[in-house]
Ligand binder design. Structure first.
Ligand code: AHR
Length: 670
């Protein structure tokens, strides 16, 4: 049993414990354990959408660090003075490397006695507008973002930030000053770089601001005439999550879910709008400066800083099984001809070798060179994303997908028979599938109804991974109604754990200033983050995953539409019993609860409760914890008890079994 943190640990019974007549009894048959619950049942799906990756989890603070993001100087602002004679241009004459062809050229005839240079404000965005790919609208939106009054670089006083830059020069014997500054020009930290030569050279410096600012700029300015070429301008906080270059608060929120699975790198992000935009894993490993990056389907460029290795490492750090969504040669709008699939199939085989191969193999050696000689033990490979579903926006039909899927499936199984291949659609009876990925973005009622969806699933069919789901149309920006619908649905997934082996909510992250899709699990800006009620549901369910399902008898419902959704399970080692109850009604529900067939005693139980006053209630930056779980001990509760489930609530009750074998005078609660 996991107790959620932060918790409010009180010994008082909850307000609703004084409720009136019991509406019936829940009976949990503890002596009749059913299906095994997979450790991967509750997972997370990471996709770089809404700035989840670049500008989010990936802690790089400089936007467009390699000057490849656009044909204009995107995210950078030039600085000169009225007496200066200076030219700024994007230059490809002498690239840092062939994957990073563009650098910023600053040709200074006269400094004019003032500052000459550029500044970057990080990932500034504009709220409540949808960004468009490669269009005028994108540029206009971007221009207004640069002028927005907040959300520049967020720096803390006394914390170290690691700066680096690649530079070369011609006829320049001056210095390049690097400073963190407020919008008004107050210098918070400063370093001076000198001795630029004709060849590219990497410079590193540490910046420690003397004052915090959440809307700062990184300024690069030269003090002499001459010509400078700059590239790979980077600023990272020194403290990142597990020193992996990930933003600590965001990574920790992921970790707090205790996911058993990490699906990556997308979604539509991995497919690409067209094949040229596909995520190719080989372009995301190795030297950061040589990762070409890509213009992603969600309307901005990704650096590739979060690459294949980083995702595998993240899964390992989270204690989650990695699931790699491999490209099946089908983008949303164009497909690789069947007879030209070989290099795409080889890419997947090489990816598996990178993850799992011996250090003597070609790709395993590269993994070892990156500091991970031991294999990552990748077990799950999804063959495409949402391909073959016949969606109006693309991804192909069943007949487009099947032959491609089969070609990948056969090749993967031939080389790696133990890999679990995940299909995007039900390929049976035409082709085998180890697991089928189903996606659901529907309204809340659909999810409540779908709590019984898998009760009648034909057990002879393939097992299920619900790889993407969320209440979408009536979920606001993440309201309690959405969370309740999803929680009800999850009771159905857990009850049918023999069929449903994995699940993951989507999308995981959103910066509302760059929002393309809502609702989302975790909302963040440059300084803060909070979980939506849906996030808390994820966390509560994953933190209280039993090992086996227990049968439950419910009192007959007096409502036309059921209002209670229930699942129970057992922790095999400890004998602890876990009951999850979703009450979607506007009224509290007082029920008796009986643990039938129990062998032994329980020493009390823990109650974790998530509830809201109204279905439309949401968390926000100003009230981030308005809807958040509380955990308290219930005293004097054994195998027969009463409990009142509040209106609009998700409740988890855990009975801790007394372990008499381990006692030495005192009772031990396991
Ligand atoms: O989660 C957002 C998107 O929804 C995913 O990229 C895609 O797979 C689905 O259509």
């Amino acid at each position: 049993m996991t107790i959620l943190k932060p918790v409010l640990l009180v010994l008082l019974p909850p307000v609703f414990a004084v409720a009136t007549a019991l509406a019936g009894e829940i009976i949990i048959h503890v002596d009749k354990p059913g299906a095994q619950v997979s450790p991967t049942l509750y997972g997370v799906f990471f996709e770089d959408i809404n700035r989840a990756g670049d500008g989010g989890l990936y802690a790089e603070m400089v936007q467009n660090r390699s000057f490849e993001d656009f044909s204009s100087l995107l995210a950078w602002t030039t600085m000169e003075n009225s007496n200066a004679v200076v030219m700024f241009s994007l230059d490809k004459s002498s690239p840092l490397n062939m994957n990073n062809p563009t650098s910023l050229k600053i040709h200074i005839e006269k400094t004019g006695g003032g500052r000459v240079g550029v500044f970057n404000q990080g990932f500034k965005g504009v709220p409540n507008e949808k960004i468009r790919d490669e269009s005028e609208i994108f540029l206009q939106r971007f221009a207004s973002a640069q002028n927005s009054p907040a959300n520049g670089l967020a720096v803390q006083a006394g914390k170290e930030y690691q700066f680096s830059i690649c530079g070369r020069a011609q006829d320049f014997s001056g210095r390049l000053t690097v400073s963190l500054e407020t919008q008004a020009g107050e210098v918070l930290a400063k370093q001076v770089l000198e001795r630029f030569g004709a060849d590219w050279k990497k410079f590193e410096a540490s910046l420690i601001p003397n004052k915090a600012d959440s809307n700062a700029r990184l300024v690069l300015s030269a003090d002499q005439p001459g010509t400078l070429w700059l590239d790979m301008v980077s600023l990272f906080p020194k403290d990142t999550w597990k020193n992996r270059g990930l933003r600590s608060d965001l990574a920790q929120m992921m970790a707090d879910i205790h996911p058993g699975l990490l699906r990556f790198p997308g979604g539509s992000y991995s497919e690409g709008h067209r094949l040229v935009d596909a995520w190719r894993w080989k372009e995301t490993v190795g030297d950061m400066a040589a990762r070409p990056g890509m213009w992603n389907i969600w309307g901005y460029r990704s650096t590739g800083g979060l690459g294949f290795h980083e995702y595998l490492q993240l899964a390992e750090d989270l204690g989650a099984e990695p699931l790699f969504v491999a490209h099946v040669g089908m983008a949303e709008k164009d497909f690789v001809p069947i007879d030209q699939l070989a290099p795409w199939i080889q890419d997947v085989l090489d990816a598996i070798e990178y993850a799992n191969g011996p250090v003597t193999s070609r790709w395993g050696a590269l993994r070892a060179k990156r500091g991970h000689p031991t294999p990552f033990h990748l077990k799950y490979v999804e063959i495409g994303n949402e391909n073959g579903m016949g969606y109006w926006w693309g991804g192909g039909t069943r007949s487009d997908y099947l032959p491609r899927y089969q070609a990948f499936y056969v090749a993967i199984k031939a080389s790696y028979p133990d890999i679990v291949a995940v299909a995007n659609i039900h390929t049976e009876p035409d082709a085998p599938a180890d697991l089928v990925d189903e996606h659901y973005y529907e309204n809340a009622d659909w999810f409540f109804n779908a709590a019984t969806k898998y009760d009648s699933y034909d057990r002879s069919k393939p097992k299920i991974y619900v790889g993407e789901y969320a209440v979408k149309n009536d979920g606001g920006s993440g309201n309690m109604s959405a969370a309740l619908g999803e929680a009800a649905f999850l009771t159905g997934l857990e009850r049918n754990a023999d069929v449903v082996r994995m699940s993951s909510y989507a999308p995981l992250f959103a910066n509302p200033y760059w929002e393309k899709w809502k609702p989302d699990d975790i909302v963040f800006d440059n300084t803060h983050c909070y979980g939506t009620p849906s996030y808390h549901v994820q966390r509560i369910f994953a933190s209280n995953r039993p090992d086996v399902v227990l049968p439950v008898e419910l009192p007959p419902s007096t409502n036309a539409v059921p209002t209670l959704y229930v699942v129970a399970g057992l922790k095999k080692d400890s004998g602890d019993v876990i009951l999850k109850v979703v009450n979607r009604a506007a009224t509290a529900e007082a029920l008796g609860i009986k643990l039938a067939g129990v062998d032994g005693e329980f020493s009390g139980n823990t109650c974790t409760e998530l509830s809201a006053a109204a279905l439309t209630d949401e968390n926000s930056f100003t009230k981030p914890a308005k809807i958040s779980p509380e955990t308290y001990m219930l005293t004097g509760c054994g195998s027969e008890m009463q409990h009142t489930f509040p209106p609009y609530s998700v409740t988890v009750l855990c009975w801790a079994k007394i372990d008499r074998n381990k006692q030495s005078g005192n009772e031990t609660i396991r």
